[in-house]
Design a protein around this ligand. Structure first.
Ligand code: NAD
Ligand code: DAU
Length: 370
């Protein structure tokens, strides 16, 4: 069976390609950030067809996209970015003008227990896409863009002072961040060696709706709701710089359209919190929303064994993005966290569907030894 026949079964819509001025491949669009990016871009750019290519791993969820699934400029195809036949077939069929690559294994704790899936998806998958883009666009790179979405974790860990800039040397310290750093290097190598037109952004911690509850904020909201312990790694003094996911999506759209080829942009919230201060803020907001007595949720805080190699502090200097492209976060953290908690409380069904499956096995294994 030919590759096209094999995978054509995933296509549910009859797309008339001549209706669109541009066609963009979004990888990992069923995940947390990818689904927000698609929601934003599909609504903003109706002359562009967005093809969401996602393997639907444990982290991918089409329920994140129900509000845009019937949009005429949105199309979903299930598949693995590590499969060169399928990826080449996609480029051949859709003649993409650009790629925004988000598909990845994204959770640091999982990379500590199972590094190989991170090497496979984050490194081999990225090279598979780079090869396909290079091959498909070989006759003419003009107007094409390969945009790689990366993380601030590639820069390593900061002490009490300083920020990550675009010039900070790479110093990844977890299998996750090392795999993302490798993918960044490969994307730059394809630019320098073959002239592939690339852009990269490195963003700080995102929060918001539709985030898989293995990450700090949705996991703790869910545990507070269910009166379960809140497992704080180490002494809780690690610092993260939090950005509302919708602001990340808008930054990606801006960089895709206005950023310079070959450039890297750091994206951050100017919003540093120690984990323990953030957790206390969440507990206070949850007490109010759940009409619990003040201090009730904080009693769930439980200090547990630290994450292996736990990076101490991340903080982004986002001045380049602000100065060159006039981007800045649109809401304060208190507002964003408030909206986020409201969303999870109003969408229990979404959360329950996730937490009722294999999630419980992951949770028990992840937290039982701590
Ligand atoms: P996520 O884990 O929520 O989603 C990842 C998506 O990729 C899922 O839909 C999954 O099904 C898909 N995927 C995984 N392996 C695949 C494969 N082999 N082929 C096709 N699809 C596959 O991740 P996220 O938090 O939305 O992060 C998206 C991107 O942004 C990642 O590249 C991540 O490194 C980067 N990033 C995340 C953050 C953050 O705070 N979450 C911050 C900065 C950068
Ligand atoms: O900085 C960007 C990165 O942010 C992204 O590249 C990653 O994909 C994303 O997962 C995130 O990585 P972190 O490791 O910072 O996020 P996480 O939500 O896993 O943890 C945030 C902090 O909270 C971190 O210091 C570890 C701590 N933590 C986390 C969990 C899940 C706890 O104390 N307890 C927990 O149960």
């Amino acid at each position: 069976m030919s590759t096209s026949k094999l995978y054509i079964s995933y296509i549910r819509k009859n797309i008339i390609m001549s209706n669109f001025k541009k066609k963009i491949l979004i990888t990992g669009g069923a995940g947390f950030i990818g689904s927000h990016l698609l929601r934003w871009m599909v609504g903003q750019h109706t002359d562009t067809l967005f093809v969401n290519f996602d393997q639907l791993t444990y982290a991918g969820n089409l329920a994140n996209l129900t509000d845009i699934e019937n949009s005429s400029n949105y199309h979903f195809i299930k598949g693995d970015i590590c499969n060169p036949h399928l990826v080449n077939w996609l480029f051949d069929k859709y003649r993409f003008d650009g790629v925004i690559h988000l598909a990845a294994e994204s959770h640091v704790d999982r990379s500590i227990t199972n590094p190989m899936s991170f090497i496979q998806t984050n490194i081999v998958g990225t090279v598979t896409l780079l090869n396909a883009a290079k091959h498909a666009w070989k006759d003419d790179f003009a107007g094409k863009i390969f945009y790689h979405v990366s993380t601030d974790e590639v820069y390593g860990s900061l002490g009490a002072e300083g920020f990550f800039t675009e010039e900070t040397s790479y110093d990844p310290r977890s299998p996750y961040s090392a795999s993302k750093a490798s993918s960044d290097h490969l994307v730059r190598a394809y630019h320098h060696t073959y002239g592939l037109p690339i852009k990269i952004s490195n963003c700080s911690n995102n929060y918001g709706s539709y985030q898989f509850p293995e990450k700090l904020i949705p996991l703790f909201i869910n545990n507070i709701r269910n009166n379960k312990p809140l497992p704080v790694y180490g002494d809780g003094t690690n610092v993260r710089d939090w950005l509302w996911v919708v602001d990340h999506a808008k930054a990606i759209d801006k960089i895709y359209r206005e950023g310079a080829i070959g450039e890297t942009y750091n994206i951050g919230g100017w919003n540093e919190w120690t984990n323990i201060d953030l957790i206390h803020l969440m507990c206070q907001q949850m007490d109010k929303k759940l009409k619990r007595q003040k201090g009730t949720s904080a009693k769930l805080i439980t200090y547990v064994t630290d994450r292996a190699g736990h990076d101490h502090r991340y903080a982004i200097d986002a001045n380049k993005l602000n100065n060159d492209l006039n981007w800045k976060p649109s809401i304060t953290f208190e507002e964003g966290l408030d909206k986020t908690i409201d969303w999870y409380l109003a969408n229990e069904k979404w959360m329950n569907q996730i937490t009722s499956g294999d999630y419980q096995k992951y949770y028990d294994k992840q937290y039982e030894q701590r």
